[in-house]
Structure formats: C-alpha cells, structure tokens
Design a protein around this ligand. Structure first.
Ligand code: APR
Length: 278
C-alpha cells in the first residue's frame, strides 16, 4: 500500500461510492469483522464505551481490573463475577440487529467471504448467517465444558444454572464448568487460525463496532491485499484506519450507516424482511 498518499477520511457521503463498488463485478468476496458495538443496539453493552461499557460497570463485582472477569486464572479462583455477567449476557433474550441481518443479506447475495466476529452473543447465527460463514474468534456461549477434565456439559443444564445464578460443576471431577468463550490467557479456536488466510482473497473488508484493541483479532484488519478497500463503520475512528489511501471511514451508529448503505444499494426492503424474521 502506498502510505504517503493523502488518507481519505470520508463522511456518509461516500456511501454512494461504496454501494457502486459493492454492485460492481469487482466485488465478490466481502470479509466482515465485528465487535461488541454491533450488538449494543440489541441491548448488549459493549466493553469499552465510557459509562455504558461493561468494563466501566463491573466495579460492583470488585475485580482487580475489569478484564479479570474473562481471565482464566481469576475464574479458577473466583467464578462468581463471570457467572453474574453470564446471567446478564446469556443468549436467548436478545434479538439480532439490522447490522447482523445485513451480514446475512451479503451471504444471501453470495458476497460474504467470511464473517469474523469477536462477539460471544451468537447473534450472527440468530440472524441466519450460515454457520460455515461465521468465525467466532472469541468462542461463544453456545457450548461449555469442564476447565479441568474438558468433559462437555449439557446445554439445558448449563442454561438452568446460569439463569438461576448457580455455578455448574463437572459431574466427573467437580471442576468448574466454563462456556467455550476464549478467556484472556487461552488460545483462540483453531478454525480462527485456519481462516486467517482467507483474507488474501477479500476484495472488500468491512469492520463494524469494534475498538480494534484486542489482538490477534485486530490484526486481521491489516491482512487484506493492498488492492482490497477497507471500510470502518464505527462511532469513532480506531486502529490504523485512515493510514491507507483507500480507507473509507463512516462514523456513526452501525445500524444507521447500514440502513443508508442498503438504501443506496436498493436492498432496503430485503434487509427489513430479513430483520423482521429474526
Ligand atoms: N455503532 C457503531 N459503533 C459502536 C456502537 C454502535 N451502535 N456502539 C459502540 N460502538 C463502538 C465503540 O465506539 C467502540 O469503538 O464499538 C466499539 C466497541 O469496542 P469494545 O467495547 O472494545 O468492544 P470490542 O472491540 O468488541 O472488544 C474486543 O475485548 O474484552 C475483549 O473479548 C472481549 O471480544 C472483546 C474484545
């Protein structure tokens, strides 16, 4: 990439140009990167937004530092903070957003290369994005196992424990049960590592609702080919967006920007049809 050209930090007016590119036959493989910001409209707080973010609201759990709630050694010692958070975040009571339905729409139009998400809320699946198009880089609440003997734990029993604010223990070795969420200190899923190479064939990257602060996920945004334009849809500018001449930065609520983009694409009806079905 030619770094010394004037970066294009463009406002919403660049949506027409983006829509034109998406409809052109140069755009066939769109890579998506999602963060907690796409689920805030579903009622799930993100992590680092001042005041509303989870990390500024965990003080009541008297953690040594906010990220301890997802730290495997802290969890082993004291699983209570995580399980009280799990009670709040557990999938089932949240509905996907327009942004999740937009990812599904890209898949229906055979334009979705892969959706890489950091989110553990499974809203991409709930929106109907095909499972083979989703990489849950930080795992999800969908399955759980013992942190000691690794035996799987039954989904219904897990859901019951979480909703009743009880802490499940392994039938075999009495070890703590933990959802298959990637905690700090744990390796990312093998399928994340195996899918990174896919970014080489992306001809558009759209990053939505993430602060791009957690690696290795954040580094995906620097792995697309120099011919691949990168779009950031976020409340604020993050990562190295703006450093590359063909970066497009669309600041605002992701659902709003997605709605405007779908209007430009002529996909507005299809988007609301998909969202109504969630
Ligand atoms: N529209 C657009 N952007 C939004 C919206 C919204 N409605 N709401 C929040 N944002 C933006 C915030 O401004 C912020 O830049 O989304 C970003 C959310 O950043 P984080 O809270 O840091 O969430 P995320 O980037 O997903 O965190 C990454 O940190 O603790 C770990 O494992 C956890 O997966 C998580 C990772």
């Amino acid at each position: 990439r030619d770094k010394n050209k004037e970066p294009k930090v463009l406002k919403a007016r660049d949506i027409p140009a983006l829509a034109h590119y998406i409809k052109s036959n140069e755009c066939k493989n769109i890579a998506i990167m999602l963060g907690a910001g796409v689920s805030t409209a579903a009622g799930i707080p993100d992590f680092r937004s001042p005041k509303t973010g989870l990390y500024s609201n965990l003080a009541r759990l008297n953690l040594p530092h906010p990220e301890a709630v997802f730290d495997i050694s802290f969890f082993r010692n004291n699983p209570v903070p995580f399980y009280s958070l799990a009670h709040e975040l557990y999938p089932g009571k949240f509905r996907p957003t327009l942004t999740h339905s937009f990812v599904r729409l890209l898949s229906e139009k055979n334009l979705l290369l892969k959706c890489f998400t950091q989110n553990i809320d499974t809203l991409e699946r709930r929106a109907g994005v095909p499972g083979n198009k989703i990489i849950e880089a930080h795992g999800s609440f969908a399955t759980q196992r013992c942190i000691d003997c690794k035996s799987e734990y039954d989904d219904e029993r897990m859901k019951k424990h979480v909703l009743e604010k009880k802490i499940p223990r392994c039938d075999r070795c009495k070890g703590l049960i933990k959802p298959d969420i990637v905690f700090f200190g744990e390796a990312l899923p093998a399928e994340f590592i195996q899918s990174i190479g896919l970014l080489n064939s992306a001809d558009l990257l759209i990053v939505m609702g993430t602060s791009l602060t957690v690696h290795p996920f954040a580094s995906l945004a620097e792995m697309t080919p120099s011919s691949c334009p990168r779009v950031l849809i976020n409340l604020d500018k993050v990562g190295d967006f703006g450093d590359q001449p063909d970066d497009v930065i669309l600041l605002g609520q992701c659902d709003e920007v997605v709605k405007q983009l779908c209007q430009e694409l002529g996909w507005e009806k299809e988007l609301s049809r998909l969202w109504e079905k969630t």
